[in-house]
Write a protein that binds this ligand. Structure first.
Ligand code: DGL
Length: 273
């Protein structure tokens, strides 16, 4: 169960920590910032481990638990958000068991998609690791009973979102390929709602809309996560007394090109973990 820390113990500048393997969690950070303008935020990305989607469950769980443990000691966050479907569907339960901190996860938005579909056929794109998780089977059984859920791994879109945020050209053909591959599945042509089950994908919303067309609604969990974080931190003191910060587990020359996208989000303190 999520624990809510008592408000008086929380420093006003204690950050909300938002964690992903790469830039994807920025789609969640955008929603959190919109919902909580005064919240101090720290963004953390395991760039040395990117992409998570092609890794084993054991490796992802070990990385996520280890990094969140280290960061919770170093940055003393008031709450941590695993802004990554891959990490959440694999490691959320385990991380909640070991960290004494409220943890909010990101899981595929199958419930809102099922409420929205009119044709009864929902598409879901995510990483290879996410789409095979029992957690997704459970969400499908619980919320999409009687509907058809077509799952597709779209790892190329992770790279496309990483490129876009660095101001590099986006591989539009990869996005069109994902749309064509879903359309080719049985019932694929009648998909009217597409679950973006990877936090990188809302960063490609314009490109996805162009590839999937106006009849397919895009659904993701970012606003719901922001509402949950706002609820769990309600009444706590909050002050942004320093610039928001982003930390990464590797550089390899890939950080500098990200600075404009981070600065556009008010994140000017960028460094290595
Ligand atoms: N952003 C991550 C997610 O939501 C995945 C990207 C990766 O493969 O590392 O699943």
């Amino acid at each position: 169960m999520t624990q809510i820390a008592a408000a008086p113990d929380i420093a006003a500048d204690a950050p909300v920590l938002i964690f992903d393997s790469g830039v994807g969690g920025l789609s969640v950070l955008d929603a959190v910032r919109a919902a909580m303008p005064d919240a101090p935020l720290i963004y953390a990305a395991d760039t040395a481990g990117l992409p998570y989607g092609s890794k084993s469950e054991a490796e992802i769980a070990a990385r996520v638990a280890g990094l969140l443990g280290r960061m919770s000691e170093r940055y003393r966050p008031r709450l941590a958000c695993i802004a990554c479907n891959t990490a959440s569907t694999i490691a959320l339960g385990m991380v909640r068991d070991v960290l004494h901190l409220p943890i909010v996860g990101t899981v595929p938005a199958i419930k809102p998609a099922a409420e929205r579909t009119r044709t009864g056929t929902i598409g879901l794109i995510g990483t290879e690791a996410t789409i095979r998780q029992a957690y997704v089977d459970k969400l499908e059984a619980e919320f999409a009973k009687g509907k058809t859920l077509l799952r597709l791994a779209a790892p190329d879109l992770v790279a496309a979102a990483e490129a876009k945020l660095r101001g590099e050209p986006v591989d539009v053909a990869a996005i069109e390929r994902a749309a064509a591959n879903l359309a080719r599945m049985a019932d694929g042509k009648v998909i009217d709602v597409l679950v973006l089950a990877c936090t990188h994908f809302p960063l490609l919303a314009d490109e996805l809309r162009a590839a999937f067309g106006p009849d397919v609604a895009l659904v993701d969990g970012a606003e719901g996560i922001a509402r949950r974080i706002a609820h769990l931190t309600q009444g706590q003191p909050m002050a942004r007394s320093r610039p928001d910060r982003a930390v990464f587990t590797s550089d390899d020359g890939r950080l500098d090109p990200l600075r404009p996208a981070l600065a556009a989000r008010g994140i000017t303190d960028v460094g290595l973990l």
